[in-house]
Ligand binder design. Structure first.
Ligand code: FEO
Length: 401
């Protein structure tokens, strides 16, 4: 059955959600699925912006046929070749063989690599600033390399001022009837999921996102239509500000997140002791996470959110507790920078965790490590109180600057 949403008299949402998916990209846990968005502009000619993941292929194709009502598809615009948006490409070109396919220069090769489809003469290579007129809608292509793959482009409709933003401004979470961000809470009330989506999917490419945001400043934008999550039509400044902060690695909150790894509870207890002392010095909204029990994608998002981190870890096999090492390597991979970090290490006979953490942090940009490190032996003992107090004082003072 047709399940589409009219955005304006010419533009229709044809996407669909998958709530059965457990891991996005087989990596990131999803508790409420994800939507795969596609849009059809029905003007003098018809233009489809992206296709959909194989999980929703049937619903998407049914929507496409229903909305076209027997009209042919003239143009298929591939903004992003990743299979979560392109898995239905073969079906579309098979059913609409006259459609021209538009994409940046990498797209044709990637389509061949993933799907063995030779788009041949039907493929039109486009680049920054190229335009496509489908009637009164004039589409202008905006190159967005590495947001999130190299072939990505966005599309700006100069008629209704809609920016089709590819993966940017998307979020995890299925759509549940409400298409617009102002009608549901998947972006605003649940910003954590939007942040987790950005930081893990696009977080590494902050400079590329900044470049696109600069281009967007020159566009009058009425609405942002992403490939995942709700359409944004109100308070655009709020979303643009979040993207500006995330992509410039600017903390949203002056605050502290404590992440600890703990084998028998000693390191967890030391982290708790630090948290209590920080609270007594006026530090608010302290968040604590067990690195072994919290998915690394959530910790990456939290590290992007705050200005200060406490990393507390045991030594294992003369190295760093593996879950903490995984987190640090992920933060490094995402190019996190400009954070202040306090360290607690544990080692029953030869503690090296702080040295290992420091080595990774030093390979990241603009990371400040507080010198007041706490080293415990198995468990925090009364003799550690002075070092703990010194660490709490240093961190609280830095937070209150
Ligand atoms: Fe939603 Fe980068 O794919």
């Amino acid at each position: 059955m047709q399940n589409t949403i009219r955005i304006n008299e010419d533009v229709t949402y044809l996407g669909s959600s998958d709530r059965r998916i457990a891991l996005f990209e087989n990596s990131y846990p999803l508790t409420n699925g994800v939507s795969y968005n596609t849009y059809l502009i029905d003007d003098g000619e018809t233009a489809l912006l992206d296709t959909a993941d194989s999980a929703v292929m049937q619903a998407f194709m049914e929507n496409l046929f229903s909305v076209l009502k027997g009209r042919k598809l003239d143009h298929l615009i591939i903004q992003h070749m990743e299979p979560d948006h392109c898995a239905s490409l073969g079906l579309v070109v098979e059913n609409f063989p006259e459609a021209k396919v538009y994409g940046t220069m990498q797209v044709k090769k990637m389509v061949q690599q993933f799907f063995g489809i030779d788009l041949g003469e039907k493929f039109v290579t486009v680049k920054e600033g190229d335009t496509l007129s489908v009637g009164k809608h004039m589409l202008q292509f905006v190159a967005a390399p590495m947001v999130h793959w190299p072939e990505v482009m966005m599309t700006y409709d100069t008629c209704d001022k809609i920016l089709y933003s590819a993966d940017a401004f998307g979020t995890f979470g299925a759509l549940s009837g409400n298409l617009y961000a102002d009608e549901c809470d998947s972006w605003t009330a649940d910003l954590a999921e939007a942040r987790r989506y950005y930081t893990n999917i696009v977080g590494k490419y902050g400079n590329n996102v900044q470049a696109v945001l600069k281009k967007a400043q020159n566009l009058e934008i009425s609405m942002i239509c992403p490939l995942h999550g709700p359409v944004i039509r109100k308070d655009l400044g709020y979303y643009l500000d979040k993207y500006d902060k995330w992509s410039s690695y600017t903390p949203e909150d002056k605050g502290v997140v404590i992440v600890y790894g703990s084998i028998y509870g000693g390191t967890a207890n030391a982290a708790d002791c630090l948290a209590t002392r920080l609270a007594s010095k006026g530090v608010k909204n302290i968040k604590m996470y067990d690195v072994s029990k919290t998915h690394v994608s959530e910790l990456v998002a939290e590290a992007f959110r705050v200005s200060h981190l406490v990393l507390a870890a045991p030594t294992l096999d003369a190295g760093l507790f593996p879950a903490m090492e995984t987190l640090l390597l992920e933060l490094k991979r995402k190019n996190l920078c400009k954070r202040t970090v306090a360290l607690i290490e544990n080692g029953t006979w030869a503690p090296v965790a702080a040295k290992e953490i420091t080595g990774i942090l030093e390979a990241m940009k603009d990371m400040t490590i507080l010198p007041e490190k706490l080293t415990i032996r198995s468990t925090a003992a009364p003799g550690d109180e002075a070092a703990l107090e010194a660490l709490a004082n240093a961190l609280a003072a830095d937070l209150n600057q």
